[in-house]
Design a protein around this ligand. Structure first.
Ligand code: ROI
Length: 164
């Protein structure tokens, strides 16, 4: 079975968000047939969508996995459930959101899964953590993420200082 590189976006804005993100980063490393190769810092970001909700903590992780994209998606959704994710309303607050952002250079358009993540290029809280980990990263169509960063920078995003 060949191994793949998968980029995961993490987000949380409920119930001690930083703890959810840090715990999820460890859990990603324990998924079957998977190890975590890296993670960005945690960033605090203003909510996109409805503004009457707490700020988010966002981060990005790079995995090496021998799971297929859909098997990985199943694992990510099970992990979200273990954090008692509740989908009270569309674009509302959540304890843990895990998005499969990129999977090798795959382009997938399946009922359950679109890769690259369709909103990826519009979201500073995804693009800037990705660039922190991989400054030369490009999308399957060749678009370099570094070229997007400037337009997104005014977006209310700041890295958190590490806790000791
Ligand atoms: N806003 C921010 N800043 N970060 C997120 O992870 C995030 N996730 C979402 C919505 C509600 C769209 N807004 C977000 O799903």
């Amino acid at each position: 079975m060949s191994s793949h590189r998968a980029w995961i976006g993490l987000g949380s804005n409920l119930d001690d968000p930083r703890r959810h993100i840090e715990q999820a980063l460890e859990e990603l490393d324990r998924l079957p047939l998977t190890r975590r190769l890296g993670a960005s810092r945690c960033y605090v970001s203003r909510p996109l969508g409805p503004r009457d909700q707490p700020d988010f903590i966002n981060a990005v992780a790079l995995l090496e996995t021998r799971l297929s994209p859909l098997a990985l998606l199943d694992q990510l959704q099970a992990l979200e459930q273990r954090h008692r994710r509740v989908r009270a309303r569309r674009w509302g607050p959540r304890t843990l959101d895990l998005d499969l952002l990129l999977f090798d250079d795959s382009v997938l358009s399946l009922p359950r899964l679109s890769v690259p993540h369709p909103e990826l290029t519009h979201r500073a809280f995804v693009v800037l953590p990705l660039l922190e980990l991989a400054p030369t990263l490009a999308l399957p169509d060749g678009l370099r993420l570094a070229g997007l960063a400037e337009a997104l920078e005014a977006d209310g995003l700041a890295p958190l200082l590490p806790t000791t």
